[in-house]
Ligand binder design. Structure first.
Ligand SMILES: Nc1ncnc2c1ncn2[C@@H]1O[C@H](COP(=O)(O)OP(=O)(O)O)[C@@H](O)[C@H]1O
Ligand SMILES: [Mg+2]
Length: 519
């Protein structure tokens, strides 16, 4: 056993005796992880096991809609800083014990692998790990709780050995779509569009940083004082961002957008009432008839989901190049080339930006270009591509409504540094972008397409936009859900003829304003 490992073990043991915590005492509540005794620590419906009172709902949580199974062990020690939170000493010690045991076992079963590197959770290695744990316990090198807590402890140790520690329980829950770790003691999760504090905790900053390094090591990225910002992906495709000190003030931070293999389809969005069947049909018409579309929306509003769904309508003969920072799009067609940007790393300092990829894509004979997100100067290249024979291209932009989307596009074009006069920029935008589709995450957590808006023309220097469909928000229902409906606005799109040529000959009623319930 290495010296530091032995040190860690003896530190954990010393802490246990100092605090008078006997890992086998057991009866005063389970200090081992966030789950029920014997329950393997998984999130699942059940009584909170802690005697700690649940933390009063913060503004980020909806008090009327607490998720009962996420409430255990959320509470802090008295006097804890609000953005930092805290952990009960006995729980901290229990986690230290699991971490120390996991380090000891790893050295035993995979002596050549650095502790920061991931170890695959194969059946053989799990068997080896369990055997090693028993051996070390028998030799009294580590102390292992007995009885009802043993299984939970074993689960925690295996999660430390093969995975991302406390995050494993969160990541194994398919209902959780986003994980937000604000320092070691505050872990928020998103379930069904709502945000809850989960109660899972790391022992301390060091423990959380270890998990972050385990994410970063296979990506060949350092995370330290000189590289405090990390963007990357988990092996399952989930998008990860981490920030450590000195940029993260209250301790290391981690944000994970879960990747789901089962991407939502247009029919799901219709079933969820994110749009009407008519709106789905209209979006199909826009894609098939090669309109350039910008999807506008805030973070997590469903932009990528929408662009993914809409790209399903691209005819299979069209050659498509997709460009993203971290590949999320899943096109079903075969004539698709997927490009991803490259960040510099110590072993390879070259950077390849979205802009580089867009310019390169133009030499790949694409019919359409899809840029996952326009965040800067690449917007100019994208508009130029749209204006030069790559009709049917799509991208997403961060903005809250179609009008502010146009201003945002102007700002992004300015970032290209081409020094173009504003009227030229506006002309470019109005010529290039045919439609803006607005995605919104409403206050009840539901995601909706709130506008499908045509970019019609420039009148003087004013871009004229015409909403074709929109979501009319009527306020809140007593159950907290948003009351409202989708409706056509009565505006007929200017491009109606070109849609017709592609076989989308919608009757006038299709665009007529109808209130719900009246046919
Ligand atoms: N219409 C929808 N209804 C329910 N969930 C949705 C909907 N659209 C997206 N989601 C979910 O919301 C999360 C964020 O969606 P995403 O498309 O990645 O957002 P954005 O690209 O705007 O950040 C994902 O987990 C996704 O599955
Ligand atoms: Mg996105």
């Amino acid at each position: 056993m290495s010296r530091t490992l032995a040190d860690r073990l003896s530190r954990a043991q010393a802490e246990i005796s100092r605090r008078g915590l006997d890992p086998n005492a057991g009866k005063s509540g389970n200090p081992f992880g966030g789950g029920r005794p014997g329950g393997g620590g998984r999130l699942g419906p059940g009584k909170p096991i802690s005697r700690e009172a649940p933390r009063p709902p913060s503004p980020a949580m909806s008090s009327s809609r607490e998720h009962p199974f996420l409430m255990d062990l959320v509470a802090d020690e008295e006097g804890a800083a609000p953005q930092r939170g805290s952990i009960k000493p006995e729980r901290k010690t229990a986690i230290h014990l699991a971490v120390a045991a996991s380090d000891a076992v790893r050295v035993d079963i995979a002596p050549d692998d650095p502790l920061d590197a991931p170890l695959p959770r194969t059946e053989q290695l799990v068997t080896d790990a369990k055997a090693a744990l028993q051996r070390l316990a028998k030799a009294r090198e580590i102390s292992v709780p007995k009885g009802e807590y043993l299984k939970t402890f074993m689960g925690d140790v295996l999660d430390e050995i093969f995975g991302y520690g406390p995050l494993e329980k969160v990541l194994s829950n398919d209902k959780i779509t986003e994980v937000m770790v604000n320092g070691p003691y505050i872990v928020f999760v998103e379930v069904e569009g709502q945000i809850y504090e989960s109660g899972y905790k790391f022992a301390d900053d060091e423990h959380l940083e270890k998990v972050i390094r385990r994410i970063a090591t296979p990506l060949d990225r350092p995370v330290d004082i000189d590289h405090p910002l990390l963007d990357g992906r988990l092996p399952d495709g989930s998008r990860v961002n981490a920030v450590v000190r000195p940029c993260a003030i209250d301790g290391p931070n981690l944000t994970i957008r879960r990747f789901s293999l089962e991407k939502l389809q247009i029919r799901d969005l219709i079933d969820f009432k994110s749009m009407t069947p008519e709106m789905g049909k209209f979006l199909e018409a826009l894609v098939v008839s090669k309109k350039n579309v910008v999807i506008s929306g805030g973070t997590g509003s469903g932009k990528t989901t929408l662009i993914n769904c809409m790209s399903g309508f691209i005819p299979s003969g069209d050659r498509v190049v997709t460009i993203e920072d971290a590949a999320e799009l899943q096109l079903k067609q075969r004539n698709v080339v997927r490009l991803e940007t490259k960040k510099p790393s110590p072993n390879s300092t070259t950077e390849v930006t979205i802009r580089d990829c867009v310019r390169n894509a133009l030499r790949m004979r694409p019919e359409r270009i899809i840029v996952g997100e326009c965040r800067g100067g690449e917007c100019l290249d994208m508009l130029q591509a749209m204006n030069t024979g790559h009709d049917g291209s799509m991208t997403t932009v961060h903005s809250n409504n179609p009008r502010s989307c146009v201003s945002r596009l102007e700002t992004l074009v300015m970032m290209a540094g081409a020094d173009l006069p504003i009227d030229v920029v506006r002309r470019q935008i109005v010529d290039a972008v045919h439609f803006i589709v607005q995605a919104s995450r409403l206050r009840d957590g539901s995601r909706k397409v709130t506008y499908i808006t045509e970019v019609v023309r420039l009148e003087g220097d004013m871009p004229i936009l015409s909403d074709i469909f929109k979501f009319e928000d009527k306020g809140d229902l007593p159950n907290g859900k948003v009351d409202g409906f989708h409706a056509a606005t009565g505006n007929r799109p200017v491009c109606v003829e070109s849609l017709k040529q592609k076989g989308f000959d919608f009757p006038p009623e299709f665009y007529a304003r109808r209130l719900p319930g009246r046919r």
